[in-house]
Design a protein around this ligand. Structure first.
Ligand code: AMP
Length: 122
């Protein structure tokens, strides 16, 4: 899948639409999810043009990957959720219901998050 420069996170990264920013560094931008599914729901996106984890893990440089994942941990610590716990999630593709085609990691926290995935259909 080709990267689409008109996706919503690309627009946020270019400053064309606003976000509720919690962190920014050389490699990443983190902001609150517009439709939170847990009391704390933060998205961390790389600044580079990657469609999903599949693209990022294949094509990003080592420094970029390290910088991005350091930012994920940093954001969680800054949000004060490291002690009680949190979950990170990255959707790739149709079966995972990925909505925005710019790689992002969700940080969910702020309550008991239950089991890992919905388990009604195997
Ligand atoms: P995914 O299904 O992993 O692609 O998740 C996309 C996430 O982006 C969803 O949780 C949306 O609520 C969130 N989202 C969509 N538009 C925005 C926006 N403008 N600002 C913040 N979060 C957004």
């Amino acid at each position: 899948m080709e990267y689409d420069d008109e996706n919503i996170f690309a627009k946020i990264l270019r400053g064309e639409i606003p976000c509720s920013k919690v962190h920014e560094d050389k490699w990443s931008l983190a902001f609150h999810d517009i439709s939170p599914q847990t009391p704390i729901h933060i998205l961390v996106v790389p600044k580079g043009r990657y469609v999903s984890i599949d693209d990022f893990s294949k094509n990003a440089g080592g420094e970029e990957i390290a910088g991005f994942f350091r930012a994920v941990g940093h954001v969680a610590r800054e949000a004060g959720v490291s002690e009680k716990g949190y979950r990170i999630l990255a959707n790739h593709g149709r079966d995972a219901h990925q909505e925005v085609p710019h790689f992002h990691v969700h940080i969910f926290a702020g309550r008991d998050l239950g089991g890992m995935v919905r388990n009604t259909v195997k």
